[in-house]
Design a protein around this ligand. Structure first.
Ligand code: SDX
Length: 424
């Protein structure tokens, strides 16, 4: 099957067919408009591929997720976030020497310019940290101007190194505590936890259980092929905007409650159900009611029509970590009950709505002491290497033309201007 044919107004056209590594089939419509004058229409891009990519493979029906061919289950269990970031960026697992050098680079670049600390003083105490993160990431381009763009490798390291520091500083600012500088003797995740929770007055002991859990959480969020925020990063990168502007745009796209903002919305939903007496069945009924705009946040997915493998890992992790920490969280019980009842309900079964990555992640962030409005920032920290890998793949690619979709116009036909005195 090397071509697909279709007929329009009695004329038949042949279009080439591309086949992916796992035998996915795509009709290449690059020449469709020049051949037939017609375009395709696919609001939400349900059936439209924006590019070919070698970074991540998802099979939504089988619940499969692989980064550069490695199953997410194996990476979550055996790798750590820095190693997985290298894999996504470079296509192969690093050698011991490459990994050692990468870790050292991330340590070396973890500080932000002292002048950037002044930016935080202008924000109100209740400023949402996603607004701060997107603004600060874009502002990094003022310290590392475009001219360095040819050596974007150092800017990739700067972003992964500094995103933790910016996030932790935003948190410290929101609670009126002094910022804690990154330490050279701490690992990537331990450094972040220390910057978040250490206080100058006393020694903060980083809990290895939390370090392990944070590594797994960030690995699970590290990439997910052409999701909304990654497609946004590629869109902005295609105009040759600098890397900081592209990532800042991705952060803004992730913020939406239908996307990365769902993890904050899930926790707020669970807390609301808990405050309302824990009657989760009532809320499942509301989620099914077309006249009620309540949705079961953390449920459903454009691609996964089976379990999101990340949710499966996170459900087990939530139980294990809370047990290790000796925490019993009533919200976890409500989440498990919601999942159980939804998976037996025809409304969810018919629509193949399963828990997604955002359904359990908030339980773990909460157990770490991370506030709800920081949950999507945690998602951004995890997704950053994925965004950067896609930025690199587009920038280095041979078909990195500017993204410029077409449209079908449905507005007024041509008409003449009417002066204000003659308008009805
Ligand atoms: C992420 O794309 C990615 O890869 C994203 C992500 C990543 O790693 O980057 O996986 C991260 O964004 C996960 C998704 C987080 N969002 C949420 O949990 C928000 C709640 N879920 C939905 O809003 C929804 O399921 C989406 C946005 C995730 C998917 O939307 P789609 O594919 O456009 O599906 P849809 O809105 O057209 O829903 C199909 C049907 C509709 O019912 P009908 O009109 O057919 O009767 O399912 C219903 C929807 O009403 N539905 C839900 C529902 N999700 C879909 N009904 C109740 N509760 C829900 N959560």
């Amino acid at each position: 099957m090397t071509t697909a044919s279709f007929t329009l107004d009695g004329k038949t056209y042949e279009l080439p067919v591309v086949r992916g590594t796992e035998d996915e089939v795509g009709v290449d419509i690059t020449k469709l408009r020049s051949l037939s004058g017609a375009i395709t229409l696919d609001p939400g891009f349900n059936s439209t591929g924006a590019c070919e990519s070698a970074i991540t493979y998802i099979d939504g029906d089988q619940g499969i997720l692989r980064y550069r061919g490695y199953p997410i289950e194996q990476l979550a269990e055996k790798s750590d976030f820095v190693e997985t970031s290298w894999l996504l960026l470079n296509g192969e697992l690093p050698t011991a020497d490459q990994l050692k050098k990468f870790r050292a680079q991330l340590t070396y670049h973890s500080m932000i310019h002292e002048d950037m600390k002044k930016f935080f003083e202008g924000y109100p105490p209740n400023a949402h940290p996603m607004a701060i993160l997107s603004a600060m990431v874009s502002s990094l381009s003022t310290y590392y101007p475009d001219t360095e763009d040819d050596s974007y490798e150092v800017n990739i390291v700067r972003l992964i190194a500094k995103v933790r520091t910016i996030a932790a500083y935003a948190y410290k600012k929101s609670i009126g505590q002094p910022t804690i500088y990154p330490r050279n003797d701490y690992s990537y995740c331990a450094n972040f936890l220390n910057m978040m929770f250490a206080v100058p007055a006393e020694e903060y002991k980083v809990n290895p259980v939390l370090v392990r859990a944070l590594n797994m959480l960030l690995i699970l969020h590290a990439d997910h092929e052409q999701n909304c925020s990654t497609a946004t990063v590629r869109m902005v990168a295609s105009s040759r905007a600098n890397i900081f502007a592209s990532i800042s745009a991705g952060i803004s796209a992730l913020w939406g409650p239908l996307h990365g903002g769902a993890n904050q919305a899930v926790l707020e939903m669970l807390e609301m159900i808990h405050q309302d007496g824990g009657d989760y069945k009532k809320w499942v009924v509301k989620a099914k009611d077309k006249d009620d705009n309540f949705r079961l946040m953390g449920f459903g997915h454009r691609v996964y029509k089976n379990f999101d493998p990340r949710a499966t890992i996170l459900r087990k992790m939530s139980n294990d970590v809370l047990k290790e920490l000796g925490i019993s969280d009533p919200l976890l019980e409500i989440a498990c009950n919601l999942e159980k009842i939804a998976l037996e309900d025809p409304y969810f079964v018919e629509r193949k709505l399963y828990p997604n990555v955002d359904f359990y992640s908030g339980i773990l962030y909460r157990a770490m002491g991370i506030p709800t409005n920081m949950f999507t920032v945690m998602f951004a920290i995890g997704r950053l290497p994925g965004w950067l890998a896609h930025w690199k793949e587009l920038r280095d690619g041979d078909s990195s033309r500017i993204y410029r979709p077409r449209q079908i116009y449905t507005g007024a036909r041509e008409r003449d201007y009417v002066s204000i005195g003659d308008r009805k």
